[in-house]
Design a protein around this ligand. Structure first.
Ligand SMILES: *Cc1c(COP(=O)(O)O)cnc(C)c1O
Length: 358
């Protein structure tokens, strides 16, 4: 069986050593030494001064919206994982969809201004599949209209924009360290900002608002993560360069083996150094996708329809985004993960070509 992804598991001895140390210290959670060490290692790896490690990528989005005090309408993308939209609704704001650019699959900046109303307080855009949004254009519009910008960078570990970590952009960037992401800590999330006051507010928010044991600084939630999760994060981070290099190698192998396969791929944004987090292919029509998916599944290969259906079809939102709807109906992510072999990729490619040439 070949799934769309498999979590990367570091050498078990390394994880066990961390667990033994945790047993010795008997310090399991609440900003422990491994959480601190993980935050320091991430900052060093990413070349960033500030970040916060939180329990998951969804709570990171919710804290970001809360910390920026966003109200009313938030402009967002219909082509993302459901958490991007559900976090907006959960924070009692209204998602206003702006359609995607059909080539990059990210929110189309040219369509943002028409969606701005007096109620708009911010923009929440996803760098889909690890490909950067048109950050320059989005930030320029936001500045002109006095809007806050959050980037959902859940797919972006290792992505750079204009030579710097993509996590540096926006008022706040968030990421996910869920087991299915290329860098993970089983469950986990990250918050990034360059604004010291925001960082401080989010640090309080992550820990119930605690300011010492008997004092509180504003309302908070439980967004902390544990020593066991940080231990996994540290062990995976040791191998992150190998993981990123392997993704690239696998992607290039697919490119080569599928050279004669009739499909499109998202166009990488100018200025973006891509992390090869996913391998999406866009079919000519939905039927072609369904035929391919059925055939692959018959052979125990399970690609995924990320992101189908397009989010404006959720029952709790409104919107009409033809590009997103169309792309969502005919895009399929092929298996890509550290231990995928070239032989398995060749088989996937052979099956796809066979269906096409039938
Ligand atoms: C995975 C993901 C999230 C949610 O992250 P969790 O850590 O699973 O809560 C949010 N947005 C996008 C685009 C994602 O892919």
């Amino acid at each position: 069986m070949i799934p769309v992804t498999k979590p990367y598991l570091p050498p078990i001895e390394k994880y066990q050593q961390y667990v033994s140390d945790i047993y010795q210290r008997q310090w399991l959670t609440n900003n422990g030494p491994l959480v601190n060490e993980f935050e320091l290692s991430l900052k060093e790896y990413l070349g960033l001064k500030h970040l916060l490690y939180v329990s998951n990528g969804t709570i990171a989005l919710q804290i970001a919206i809360k910390a920026l005090k966003l109200k009313g309408e938030i402009i967002t993308t219909p082509f993302s994982y459901v958490a991007t939209t559900s976090s907006i609704v959960w924070e009692a704001c209204t998602p206003v969809y702006v359609d995607i650019d059909a080539s990059t699959l990210n929110i189309d900046p040219a369509k943002i201004e028409a969606a701005i109303t007096p109620k708009t307080s911010g923009i929440l855009a996803t760098h889909c599949f690890g490909n950067a949004c048109d950050i320059d254009a989005i930030d320029e519009i936001a500045k002109r209209h006095n809007l806050k910008v959050i980037y959902d960078a859940a797919h972006c570990f290792g992505t750079k924009y204009r030579g710097r970590s993509i996590f540096e952009y926006g008022d706040i960037s968030t990421s996910s360290l869920h087991a299915t992401k290329l860098m993970h800590s089983v469950e986990g999330g990250l918050l990034f900002t360059k604004t010291p006051e925001l960082l401080k507010r989010m640090a309080y928010m992550r820990n119930f608002g605690h300011d010492g044991p008997e004092k509180f600084n504003g309302v908070g939630i439980n967004g902390k993560n544990s020593e066991f999760h940080a231990a996994m994060g540290l062990a995976v981070l040791d191998d992150i360069d190998l993981i990123l290099a392997k993704r690239k190698e696998l992607s290039l192998n697919y490119d080569e083996k599928l050279a004669t396969f009739i499909s499109d791929k998202p166009q990488i944004q100018e200025g973006c150094t891509f992390n090869y987090a996913y391998y999406p292919i866009i079919f000519s029509c939905e039927q072609a996708l369904l035929d391919a998916k059925t055939e692959l599944e018959k052979n125990e290969i399970f690609p995924r329809r990320y992101f189908y259906p397009s989010l404006e079809s959720l029952e709790y939102v409104e919107g009409d985004c033809p590009n997103s709807k169309e792309i969502a109906s005919k895009i399929l992510c092929l298996p890509i993960f550290y231990h995928l072999t070239k032989a398995e990729q060749d088989m996937i490619a052979r099956l796809l070509l066979r269906i096409q040439n039938n």
